[in-house]
Design a protein around this ligand. Structure first.
Ligand code: MTE
Ligand code: MO
Length: 364
């Protein structure tokens, strides 16, 4: 039997709709999603927040951890966690969503983490604004990109690298980027990036580098694999693609009633049913409207405010359910007029799928 050695020759696996391979199941075990009933919370309890880790979770020590500023800075320096904690503190509620959320529903499916709906969650992130630290390092005048490198290393599609992403100075100026060491009021857990991670509010999760060790100023465009090889919208494999940035408008419903253990279909008692869920958009855009569909008929939901411009909001609708079989869905519209599509436009990597969720219920 031929041994497949992905470190020598990368073969891109094909997928079949509705059939998931053992490797995809293993990825789905490592990278758990938020249970949809957790849509009940403004702030997702830590153990219910989704996880996406490409390589291995590095074992790092809070005591020894050092963040280094290198490359084209006039004042490169290193700083430890205690020093970072003594800087001005900021806590922000931010909804994080993986760009691969919904990938399983894109046909044909890209062979990667097979998310359904759960790669989203909202946390109270505490840290210090990145802007001031970069300013102190003083990027030289020809700097075009700032890269952020994590301690985790591995292979993706034949490329060996540490997980790393970049932002331009202008993006750092405009995006309220935080260097984070606490999640929901407690120190970051190893799987969420301890001791130190980046949070880029309003962007898909890939920008929020975990296990941050190095910030580097570059006088040419950053071309790391996680920036240019993946996380780009593509209609064919070979095109350079369009970099993925801010989150598309989206909403999800907390599945009503009770589930069947394996099929996850729902049984709902007839009468008044309170349908609730969350809606969010990227780039600090506000949600203007959420509509709920019951077998294709639309009703407008009530919206609740959030005190953070980067956090999802709650929506609710009371529905008088009569006996029957239903498909429920919800659709958010943001203040730029963007709304969710019925079906997703194809993307090679299955990224940023914000098509309307479908929940199958039986009312008795
Ligand atoms: N160093 C590092 N940072 C990373 C990743 C990673 O694999 N390594 N995954 C990214 C992706 S794709 C997402 S969606 C978020 C997930 O953050 P969470 O696991 O804390 O929810 O982290 C991002 N930061
Ligand atoms: Mo992600």
């Amino acid at each position: 039997m031929k041994i497949y050695d992905p470190f020598k020759e990368f073969v891109r696996p094909t997928t079949a709709q509705g059939i998931f391979s053992e490797t995809e199941v293993e990825l789905a075990n490592r990278n758990s999603g938020m249970p949809l009933e957790s849509l009940d919370y403004d702030v997702t309890p830590i153990g219910q927040h989704y996880l996406l880790t490409h390589f291995d979770i590095p074992k790092l020590s809070n005591l020894d951890h050092i963040l280094s500023f290198r490359g084209q800075f006039s004042n490169p320096y290193s700083i430890n966690l205690e020093e970072i904690k003594s800087l001005p503190k900021k806590t922000m509620a931010v909804t994080l969503e993986c760009a691969g959320n919904g990938r399983s529903n894109v046909v044909p499916r890209s062979f990667s983490m097979p998310w359904k709906y759960g790669a989203v969650g909202t946390s109270e992130w505490t840290g210090t604004p990145l802007r001031a630290l970069i300013k102190k390092a003083a990027p030289k005048s020809d700097v075009v990109d700032i890269s952020f490198t994590g301690a985790d290393r591995g292979y993706d599609s034949g490329h060996e690298h540490n997980f790393a992403r970049s932002l331009t100075l202008k993006q750092i100026e405009e995006l309220d980027v935080l260097l984070v060491y606490q999640m929901n009021g407690i120190p970051l857990l190893p799987q969420h990036g301890a001791p130190l991670r980046v949070i880029v509010p309003g962007w898909y999760g890939m920008a929020s580098v975990k296990w941050l060790t190095e910030i580097k100023a570059l006088n040419e465009s950053f071309d790391g694999y996680q920036q240019t090889g993946t996380y780009c919208f593509r209609t064919t494999r070979d095109e350079p693609g369009i970099p993925i940035t801010d989150i598309r408008v989206k909403s999800l419903m907390k599945p009503p009633g009770i589930p069947d253990w394996t099929s996850r279909k729902r049984l709902v008692p007839k009468g008044e049913v309170s349908l609730i869920g969350r809606a969010w958009s990227g780039g600090g855009r506000k949600i203007k409207k959420v509509e709920v569909s019951v077998n294709g008929e639309w009703f407008e939901a009530k919206l609740y405010n959030s005190n953070s411009k980067y956090s999802w909001i709650k929506w609710a609708l009371d529905w008088d359910a009569s006996e029957g079989h239903y498909i429920l869905g919800c659709r958010a519209t943001d203040n730029s007029g963007q709304t969710q599509p019925d079906t997703q436009v194809f993307d090679v990597g299955g990224f940023a799928n914000n098509a309307i969720q479908q929940i199958e219920i039986f009312v008795r």
